[in-house]
Design a protein around this ligand. Structure first.
Ligand SMILES: Cc1cc2nc3c(=O)[nH]c(=O)nc-3n(C[C@H](O)[C@H](O)[C@H](O)COP(=O)(O)OP(=O)(O)OC[C@H]3O[C@@H](n4cnc5c(N)ncnc54)[C@H](O)[C@@H]3O)c2cc1C
Length: 564
């Protein structure tokens, strides 16, 4: 079988190549660039718990040490502190409203009830320069026999046949490449998307940000800040909003939301903006700072009409663009790679299964579309006509929540998507049991006992192409596996797992949020919950596993034959 051709060695293409390699699928990554990433400190990414863990698992690189986890979040409006959240060690938050204080700082009058933060579960995002992420991915790929990278190779044509794809690249190494599938991870101007004639509708320049990375000390070390309508306005058009997000080594990324239009942001204007912002935050005098990088980041919102065309797929910026209100485009791109990898791996090893391959678009496009819809609905409320200084309807808390959720990874703007209406959803079973995770949502990372008896985080077992069956069995954590593996319901469950239509690993957890003892969870290779069943139900477990793989292979073969 030919390798999967991945077009684009950006973070999404590199992640996909590694995710496929972990499932024994070879790939060739074609990129028009020289194979070196631009070291831009202002081009940073915010990774949520799931995507940070995905990259760490694939690279073995301690991303958490290279990036920075915010110690807290604060929202300010003019001179008022609207909300402070300090994150506890396990991601718990300790929230305070402090309206009425007269500037940054932890003191302030008691908050009115409507600015007190809600207490949704929360995990601190990881913030790091994008080139650190790609360096970690490239480092892992360097030792990977199943991945070939072809630099200076610009894709300019793709042909599909029933048995595979042929791609042509130009450049010094211009040649033809033969692949089983091809995935366009070639960024916003995707050649793959254009060659497949896939439309990319949406909105241009939804927001524009002047961006700077600088090393300095701010009065709230380690905490991110969203400051609406800062009171200083001396350097050109007003910035309606400034965001400061800390990175490692006292470096900060600052984003100024620019008014609509195409006004040029000259280097002088940007330096003036840096100075007035820092002095505004530091009580009138500009603290020492070192400017490391600047730029203008224009946010477009677009969604490709189709993400699959036969053996060709789109992922990352090639498939979607987002970024307003704290939505994170790269986070979604990494989730695309995670979702597609196990499906392509299954097709590569066992032959194509149309329902399974189609489910990539159905699941991922729906999640990103919902995210874009949420942003589109919120934007007019927050940036209502008449410019940024106009009166904005809605309670202060409502606006603050809309502006904050994307950044903090919660609500419709930020929480990881759940594949609720997936074509892979299993048929309803009487034995379904409620747990704290909805079917289709990512499972919680509990400690499990693996088949070799070791205790590992559940997340460590993702991405190996096998299904995971997790029995919730209180008390097992204190005994060695050999003491209970042949006792109680274990032998029946082990037999049911062995009989599944696809390899599955049987794991045991002491507990799982919201789950009763003897609940059995079926988890996909990308860590999303298929279903939870009460007790050992071999037939229901089989039916759920079969649905997750796209339905019975026999029915699929018959359906394909009847359409030919
Ligand atoms: C200043 C700045 C700030 C940003 N801040 C954030 C942020 O805070 N959060 C966030 O999530 N995102 C942010 N982004 C966006 C983020 O960088 C992108 O979402 C991310 O790079 C997308 O990754 P990708 O792998 O899909 O595509 P890309 O990184 O664009 O990679 C595409 C690759 O494809 C290659 N390529 C293109 N065409 C071809 C072809 N025909 N043949 C071969 N190779 C080809 C290119 O050389 C490139 O290597 C920011 C971007 C900028 C510029």
């Amino acid at each position: 079988m030919d390798p999967v051709i991945i077009v684009g060695a950006g973070p999404v293409g590199l992640t996909l190549a590694l995710a496929l390699a972990r499932q024994e699928v070879p790939s060739v990554v074609l990129d028009e660039g020289p194979g070196k990433d631009e070291q831009r400190t202002a081009r940073t990414v915010v990774l949520r718990e799931d995507t940070a863990a995905l990259v760490e698992r694939l690279t073995g690189f301690p991303l958490s040490e290279a990036g920075f986890r915010w110690a807290g979040w604060r929202s300010m409006r003019r001179k008022q502190v609207m909300r402070e959240i300090r994150f506890g060690p396990e991601g718990s938050e300790d929230a305070q409203g402090a309206a009425g204080s007269d500037g940054p700082g932890r003191t302030g009058a008691p908050a009115p009830a409507d600015v007190l933060a809600d207490a949704e579960p929360f995990t601190t995002p990881l913030h790091l320069a994008q080139h650190i992420l790609t360096a970690a991915l490239r480092g892992a790929i360097a030792g990977e026999r199943l991945i070939k990278i072809a630099n200076d190779s610009r894709l300019d044509s793709v042909e599909q046949e029933t048995s595979g794809v042929t791609a042509h690249t130009r450049g010094p190494k211009g040649t033809w490449w033969r692949g089983s599938y091809l995935v366009g991870c070639d960024g916003p101007r995707s050649t793959v998307r254009k060659l497949q004639d896939i439309r990319f509708p949406g909105r241009t320049a939804v927001e524009r940000h002047a961006v700077a990375a600088l090393r300095t000390e701010l009065p709230w070390p380690g905490e991110a800040l969203l400051h609406r309508m800062p009171p200083w306005r001396t350097s050109g058009p007003s910035a309606g909003e400034v965001i400061a997000r800390p990175l490692a080594d006292d470096v900060w990324r600052l984003d100024w939301l620019l008014p609509p239009g195409k006004d040029l942001v000259t280097p002088d204007l940007l330096v003036a903006r840096v100075r007035e912002t820092l002095s505004g935050w530091s009580g009138g005098s500009t603290p020492a700072y070192e400017l490391l990088d600047t730029g203008v980041h224009t946010v477009h919102h677009r969604l490709a009409r189709r993400w699959r065309s036969g053996r060709v797929f789109l992922a990352g910026d090639a498939a979607h663009l987002l970024g307003a209100l704290g939505t994170q485009g790269l986070d979604e791109g990494l989730r695309d790679a995670d979702n597609l990898a196990w499906k392509l791996a299954l097709a590569w090893h066992h032959g194509p299964h149309e329902t399974l391959l189609d489910s990539y678009q159905a699941e991922r496009r729906a999640v990103v579309a919902a995210r874009l819809r949420a942003a589109d609905q919120s934007l007019p409320l927050l940036r209502a006509g008449g410019g940024l200084r106009s009166y904005v309807p809605g309670s202060a808390k409502g606006q603050d929540t809309l502006l904050t959720d994307g950044h903090l990874g919660r609500g419709p703007l930020g929480a990881p998507g759940a594949y609720a209406d997936s074509p892979l959803a299993p048929p309803h079973a009487e034995s379904e049991a409620p747990v704290g995770t909805a079917p289709g949502a990512p499972v919680v990372d509990v400690r499990v006992t693996a088949e070799d008896g070791s205790f590992v985080p559940l997340r460590e077992r993702f991405g190996r192409g096998v299904l995971l069956v997790v029995l919730i069995a209180p008390g097992t954590g204190v005994w060695e596996r050999k003491h209970w593996v042949k006792a109680g319901i274990m032998p029946r469950l082990a037999a049911a797992v062995t009989a599944l239509p696809h390899p599955a690993e049987l794991l045991v957890a002491e507990s799982y949020p919201g789950a009763a003892a003897h609940t059995v969870l079926l988890v996909r290779p990308d860590g999303h919950l298929v279903t939870a069943l009460s007790g050992v139900r071999p037939a229901d477990l089989y039916a759920a596993a079969e649905a997750t793989l796209g339905g019975p292979a026999k029915a699929e073969a018959e359906a394909t034959a009847s359409t030919n």
